[in-house]
Design a protein around this ligand. Structure first.
Ligand SMILES: [Zn+2]
Length: 323
């Protein structure tokens, strides 16, 4: 018992600096708990227009960073959101309340950020049992996102967001979600990759508005831009070493998962429900809500596998045509 308590205390006191400088005026505010869901990193642009990109790090991390740089949370001018997800819009409503800053997002994100009900629709959990699991998880880990938000405006894909010295260049990169947007920081050498997050888990596309084909294209487009630095929303450090290799490794997850799915179907797990129980995409199902996401992601693989004539569905059962 004592050991567990000490561990908890150690975890609470983050053993890494809260923020690091990416370049003058640009700071990465690291999420608590190694920036793992439901935390996420936040970018602070300490410029003429004091701007946050996302607001998913715990308010303590954001406020202490602002204080370290000579500001107060009340000084914030603007929050730019990368997509509607709860771990990214996070505390935007809270910071808007205390600073009266404007909140901007992609036009496709607007309804999902503003309305809890639309967010649930974008996520796509409609069966009542799954919905109650998801609401329990939100209540336990993201209680602050259950209200509606105010969005003051939207940014355009073709127009940089001017912060003063720093220009944020929107790179609409759908797939993870339909509204998912990466940002170039004063050019395209340094890119905020958001949830092309380069984590060990691999790509996540468990919402109805996620699209597997778009996700692959988005990763390839980032590779083609040949950035020198990629900033993930869920890794503590920006990736500079072997970035292209890491993006290719991340892209390879789709094919790896296809292969595993085909193997398991051939071995007799011939429905999405059976495949989800293994599970294939999550290493394990830590909470019943995740089973829905596992099934949604598997559905997307099956759809593409059957389009490529690798799998057929007959009487609700899957069959491998060619492996
Ligand atoms: Zn996300």
């Amino acid at each position: 018992m004592r050991v567990i308590c000490q561990k908890t205390i150690r975890k609470a006191m983050a053993d890494y600096p809260t923020h690091i400088e990416i370049e003058p005026r640009v700071h990465l505010i690291r999420g608590a708990n190694d920036a793992r869901f439901p935390e996420a990193n936040t970018l602070l642009i300490d410029d003429e227009i004091l701007t946050l990109v996302d607001a998913g790090s715990s308010p303590d991390q954001v406020s202490s960073t602002l204080r370290d740089l000579g500001h107060k949370p009340e000084d914030l001018d603007r929050i730019v959101l990368t997509h509607y997800h709860a771990d990214h819009k996070g505390y935007a409503a809270y910071f808007r309340r205390i600073s009266n800053c404007e909140v901007l997002c992609h036009p496709l994100a607007k309804n999902g950020v503003e309305s809890f009900k639309v967010m649930m629709k974008f996520i796509g959990i409609d069966n009542p049992e799954a919905k109650s699991h998801w609401l329990n998880l939100l209540q336990a880990r993201l209680p602050h996102v259950q209200n509606d938000y105010i969005v003051d405006g939207t940014f355009r894909d073709d127009k940089p967001i001017d912060c003063g010295e720093i220009q944020l260049i929107p790179l609409h990169s759908p797939g993870h979600t339909h509204d998912h947007t990466c940002f170039g920081i004063n050019g395209l050498e340094k890119i905020l990759l958001v949830d092309i997050d380069l984590t060990e888990f691999g790509p996540w596309y468990g919402n109805v508005v996620s699209d597997l084909g778009d996700f692959k294209k988005a990763i390839q487009q980032i590779i083609d831009l040949q950035p020198k630095m990629g900033i993930s929303s869920h890794l503590l450090d920006p990736v500079t070493k072997d970035l292209e290799e890491q993006l290719r490794w991340y892209l390879a997850f789709f094919q790896k998962r296809d292969k595993e799915i085909l193997q398991h179907i051939a071995a007799g797990s011939d429905t999405v429900k059976e495949l989800a129980k293994i599970p294939i995409i999550y290493p394990r199902i830590p909470h019943p809500a995740y089973l829905v996401f596992e099934e949604l992601m598997l559905d997307k693989h099956i759809e593409l596998l059957s389009k490529s004539n690798l799998v057929i569905v007959e009487d609700g059962h899957l069959q491998v045509l060619r492996a």
